[in-house]
Design a protein around this ligand. Structure first.
Ligand SMILES: *[C@@H]1O[C@H](CO)[C@@H](O)[C@H](O)[C@H]1NC(C)=O
Ligand SMILES: *[C@@H]1O[C@H](CO)[C@@H](O)[C@H](O)[C@H]1NC(C)=O
Length: 653
């Protein structure tokens, strides 16, 4: 955008010119309407016109792995519409673009350009649950321009976010599953189109994004490239490549204020997503490594590198921190080791391709006013939370309670400016809301078409201010229709998570603010269901929760009771007396005077209990806070908060 702005005037004029031209063409074309209500696109043959300036579309994405089809788009929030420019490198007899709930070819909203052999048409269509394609009675995709240029065929059209046609897709914030297809033969009429017989594919995009212009960067920035070291992309469909990069020794604290992707030219359609993680400062020496992240022989210390510094996914723009904040890198208490993870998606099994893709961090030693931080909201990674099999939509919610925010947030509150949602394979949707005074006041982030295959840090259109005492509820939706056994919470890709990593400032010591239901109530659930199912001889308490879940006979009733347990059983409030005891006890043990809290410094009055009230059994071990920073008073209190929020700590990251 910055580069383009210099040519803005010229482009402005160009846009006006082409809009006028497009409008004229639509008028001309519309008067040649076919018997259907599709537009007749008169001329798809290559024209000999001179190359045109690229249209100023800020968002772009390759759709197919060969890179033959590119979608670029812009958004007008004022008129609530999306302009899409589709470029087809080699147009044969047409192209299909569509949107559907999860990328299915059925029940999809389609826009089709097709050539009957003598004439070409453009129309808004849909496919039914059997995949039969028909033209919509209401045409909501408006063709603006169709033009052959030297580098491909360009189709410019627009569509409102929401049409009132129930057969159309509603374009919302969050992931959109875009489907595409190529027509290699003439199509006499649209109802002869069978999507299962043409070459199709799916690509996920974040269609709606903030449309604010990129901020200008201050002078004196330094860059650090975290790139894969000219590797050969393995000729297999999915590779996660891991690479360890060292920061210079004794690097002082800097602020990362922007980062962007560096994708090796030619590999744009293969490099699917990339993340840079900081290793745990507790692990002093992470060995050099460049290889598959799934290699059984990889050094185990790589597992300590899980603190996200930067994340990019196909189609994402450069990421800018708010003007007041930067992400700390270097300095005491931080690790010298970064882990780059690149996901290569190579379904065509291309071999011999080299790649040096990665992320460029822009950082500055002139620290900004606030450190930015990342807080993990949602559910604790524990099998206590499970999803019954054969569920179309099952919901799990995790809370960042008012007691947690009260204890850990500064009185002025924090600002959430970006968010990264996370579930595993069964996840279908994630929604985090802000609750104040018992009322839902704001949706922080919502994705109703979430896919674990498309994770990126999303900048919020509007920052969310969270005050002490507010509650953040993260609710995830799961689909387990294809599973025969229960799915429990955990780390494996077939287990589930419900997480929203929110990026915010000023940073506090609160890194996890999550819950799960009271395990005691869960035992009551097991007892009840087992008695109901006649399993009297059950040894419920003696086996793990996962085992108990899998021993149940899963039917609609078992699932419904679990759902109502989750929505009614206490998460925290009932636990608090217990937790407060153990935590107060811990604070009593570990509190150190003179802690430095930074901008997140708050004073949290904690009642200490007398030794007589200390729990004598079942004193849980302290949840490790990521980063293992030097303990101080505030941190102890925050550990306390963490503790309250995730009592049964399995493995907290
Ligand atoms: C989007 O692109 C179209 C076509 O190039 C242009 O007419 C329109 O002004 C652009 N809108 C925005 C909001 O940038
Ligand atoms: C489309 O083609 C597939 C595969 O050839 C076939 O099974 C299906 O019945 C066809 N659908 C329609 C609606 O004709």
């Amino acid at each position: 955008m910055r580069i383009l702005s210099r040519n803005f005037r010229l482009q402005d004029i160009t846009i006006m010119y082409f809009t006028a031209l497009g409008a004229l063409m639509v008028i001309l074309v519309a008067s040649y309407q076919a018997p259907t209500n599709a537009f007749n696109v008169s001329d798809l043959k290559p024209s000999s016109s001179t190359p045109l300036l690229p249209l100023p579309m800020p968002f772009r994405m390759p759709l197919d792995p060969r890179g033959e089809l590119h979608l670029s788009w812009n958004i007008s929030y004022a008129t609530q519409e999306v302009f899409m420019l589709l470029k087809v490198a080699e147009l044969r007899y047409g192209v299909v673009l569509g949107m559907s709930d999860r990328g299915e070819l059925t029940n999809a909203d389609l826009v089709v350009l097709w050539d009957s052999g003598t004439k070409s048409f453009f129309g808004d269509a849909w496919s039914d649950s059997e995949g039969r394609v028909s033209l919509d009675s209401q045409q909501d995709y408006e063709l603006i321009e169709a033009k052959q240029k030297p580098d491909g065929f360009y189709l410019l059209f627009k569509r409102p976010f929401s049409t009132c046609d129930p057969r159309d897709y509603l374009i919302e914030e969050g992931t959109v599953h875009v489907i595409y297809g190529f027509l290699d033969e003439p199509l006499t009429s649209l109802d002869k189109l069978n999507l299962s017989r043409i070459h199709t594919g799916v690509q996920r995009v974040l269609m709606l994004r903030p449309d604010t212009p990129d901020p200008t960067l201050p002078p004196g920035l330094q860059t650090l490239d975290v790139l894969s070291p000219n590797i050969f992309i393995p000729n297999q469909e999915t590779t996660y490549w891991c690479f360890i990069q060292k920061l210079p020794e004794n690097m002082p604290k800097n602020h990362i204020i922007m980062y962007e992707s560096m994708v090796t030219p030619g590999n744009e359609a293969i490099v699917h997503h990339m993340e840079v993680f900081e290793c745990s400062p507790d692990v002093p020496d992470v060995p050099e490594y460049s290889g598959s992240c799934d290699d059984k022989m990889k050094p185990s210390k790589l597992n300590s590198c899980r603190h996200v510094l930067a994340a990019w996914a196909m189609g994402a723009e450069a990421f800018y921190y708010p003007p007041d904040a930067g992400l700390p890198m270097g300095g005491p208490g931080s690790s010298r080791f970064l882990r780059l993870e690149v996901h290569y998606h190579n379904p065509l099994l291309i071999s011999g391709r080299r790649d040096s893709s990665g992320i460029r961090l822009h950082y500055t030693p002139s620290l900004r006013r606030f450190d930015a931080g990342i807080m993990e909201l949602g559910l604790v990674y524990t099998p206590i939370m499970a999803i019954p099999p054969k569920q179309h939509s099952f919901y799990l919610s995790g809370y960042c309670t008012s007691k947690c925010t009260q204890a850990a947030l500064p009185s002025g509150g924090i600002y959430i400016f970006a968010s990264q949602l996370h579930t595993h394979l069964a996840g279908r949707g994630v929604r985090t809301v802000l609750v104040r005074g018992g009322k839902e006041v704001e949706v922080v982030q919502e994705d109703q078409h979430f896919s674990t295959h498309y994770q990126t840090i999303r900048v919020l259109r509007k920052m969310t201010k969270v005050l002490p005492g507010d509650v953040l509820i993260t609710k995830c939706t799961y689909n387990t229709e294809d599973r025969s056994g229960p799915t429990v919470g955990g780390f494996s890709i077939t287990d589930e998570m419900c997480v929203n990593y929110v990026h915010y400032y000023p940073r506090t010591q609160l890194e996890l603010c999550k819950t799960h239901v009271d395990p005691g109530y869960l035992q009551k659930y097991f007892n009840f269901i087992n008695r109901f199912q006649g399993n009297d001889g059950c040894v419920c308490g003696d086996v793990g929760v996962t085992e108990q879940y899998s021993q149940l006979q899963w039917d609609a009733f078992t699932g419904e009771v679990l759902d109502s347990l989750y929505s009614t059983a206490p998460d925290l409030d009932a636990l608090q007396p217990v937790d407060r005891t153990s935590l107060s006890w811990r604070v009593g043990q570990a509190a150190r005077p003179g802690g430095d809290g930074g901008p997140g410094k708050t004073s949290v009055p904690l009642r200490r209990r007398s030794p007589a009230q200390q729990p004598t059994t079942d004193t849980p071990s302290v949840s490790p806070v990521w980063g293992g920073r030097a303990p101080n008073l505030l941190q102890d209190k925050c550990v306390l908060v963490l503790f309250l929020c995730s009592r049964n700590s399995f493995r907290l990251l």
